[in-house]
Write a new protein. Sequence first.
Length: 276
Amino acid sequence: MAAAEKVPVHRYLRLGKLPHIWCPGCGHGIALQALIRAIHHTGLPQDRTVIVSGIGCSSRATGYLNFDTLHTTHGRALAFATGIKMANPDLHVIVITGDGDAAAIGGNHLIHAARRNIGITCVCFNNNIYGMTSGQYSPLTPTEALATTAPYGNIETPFDLCELVKAAGASYVARSTTYHARQLEKLIARGLQNDGFSFIEAVVQCPTYYGRKNRLGEAYRMMQRMAERSVPASKAAAMTPEELAGKIVIGELWHRPRLEYTRAYDAVIGKAGDGQ
């Protein structure tokens, strides 16, 4: 994956749908480009790749992508994606979701997609907030952070989605940030090549609602803060929970290949056909 290689990003976009609706400084564009570059470098054919999203700022990405895409109901992207993969296991199925879409209303679908180890790559654009609906706190909003629905600070403990999907059974788990855009691209590419359920958390900045509410400054300052807080997974393994408090652990967090769900399902069909 040569850093200097020029990727024809326009080939993968519906140019007639641009300009996009994301706010100035939003990290979703960086995460989307990382996904496009990963698709390009892994050589996924556009006519055999389906990209699914739910509802939210991140989920608008499917409208800009020149693939077969579904913009589905809130929290149900993985349910639709599961149906697509079951109907045609030869397709490459990708889900783009956000922290609210994936972890709140869609949380049950997330853990069961991971448990089944179905061949879907799920990329979660985590901006720690419900950005599209004016800044309500999400299941990934840090404790004490401010939101329109938490004007005195969020009292809830956020999920660690990477730990959640790992525990549920995902065979590939990774995390990076928009500051580490090239690393994010490489991790998504590895997820696309994994035969099973892959989950990649992309930590992105939302200067309009999360950043402004919490006085974190402009987008560039939020990205600098990501860099300051990020710890490589290899280094984090030797750190105490106290040392890791408030840190973002980045890199490949888990890769344990196991039988992919549609392959296991085909084996059952084979047994049924043989009368076993």
